[in-house]
Design a protein around this ligand. Structure first.
Ligand code: SAM
Length: 247
């Protein structure tokens, strides 16, 4: 696939989402140094499996230009590059300390095909139809204006390109949901506080699911943003969902 630099569109304000966006950004800045370790422990390493499932659904063509939205410390970007060393991955996030970890990790894994840029996913600094695929992990709950970001994601994808979103979701079975909620709202804040270094951040993170659409409603949001062939794969009894749609 031809390799030319991603065209950056005119830059927009740093934080169009306003105060709540600033709160989210500052919270991730606090937990950035220990974020990866906390993730592995809190999910028992299962997040690695879920990430691989998400990438299998993205099924990017060889040498594709791929966008990792809300890339954080770059976990999905590195998975994408392991999946296809010829891929060109752009990670974007509005939290500089998370990006700094991603850039540091990139030096260790020697990944020449990744770049990590600062920006807000509700106002993407890329030209229309720049990417062959886009992915986002564990972030949709934290985006202040999700509908706007879905429209932006669709705008920067080439026709026929896919967007895949992996995140925690609301399990449909009430018994399983109750068990998961006990862990998610009860154990994660304490355990995350110890490992991740901020009990308030790991209290907020589960809470952000409360006002997030359930899996069918999120699929409808994808469709409303103009994505075709929308759907989702439910993992862990629906406590984890991988949504997809095609531009
Ligand atoms: C839970 S972390 C997920 C990081 C990574 N995707 C992963 O799979 O581990 C959420 C990330 O979303 C970023 N984020 C939240 N809202 C954003 C926005 N509007 N624009 C850019 N990044 C945002 C945060 O800075 C944070 O790094």
């Amino acid at each position: 696939m031809e390799s030319k630099p991603i065209e950056m569109a005119e830059s927009t304000t740093r934080n169009p989402a306003g105060d709540k966006g600033a709160f989210v950004r500052d919270m991730f800045a606090t937990i950035a140094p220990r974020y990866d370790r906390a993730n592995r422990v809190l999910t028992g390493g299962l997040d690695e499996l879920w990430r691989r499932r998400a990438i299998a659904l993205l099924a990017p063509p060889k040498g594709a230009r791929l966008l990792d939205l809300c890339c954080g410390t770059g976990d999905l970007s590195f998975h994408l590059m392991r999946h296809d060393p010829e891929a060109h991955v752009t990670g974007i996030d509005f939290c500089e300390p998370m990006l700094a970890r991603a850039r540091e990790r990139a030096q260790h894994v020697g990944s020449g095909n990744a770049e990590f840029v600062e920006g807000d996913v509700t106002a993407l600094p890329f030209a229309d139809e720049s990417f062959d695929g886009a992915i986002m992990g564990f972030s949709s709950r934290n985006i202040v204006d999700l509908e706007r970001s879905l429209q932006e994601i669709r705008r920067v994808l080439r026709p026929g390109a896919r967007f895949v979103n992996l995140d925690v979701s609301k399990a449909p079975n009430p018994i399983w949901k109750r068990a998961f909620d006990l862990y998610f709202y009860g154990v994660v804040p304490t355990l995350g506080g110890w490992i991740g270094g901020s009990k308030s951040a790991y209290t907020y993170l589960p809470q952000s699911l409360l006002h997030h659409p359930n899996a069918p409603a999120l699929r409808d949001l994808f469709a409303r943003a103009g994505f075709q062939d929308t759907g989702y794969l439910a993992l862990m009894g629906g406590s984890i969902a991988v949504h997809y749609g095609t531009r």
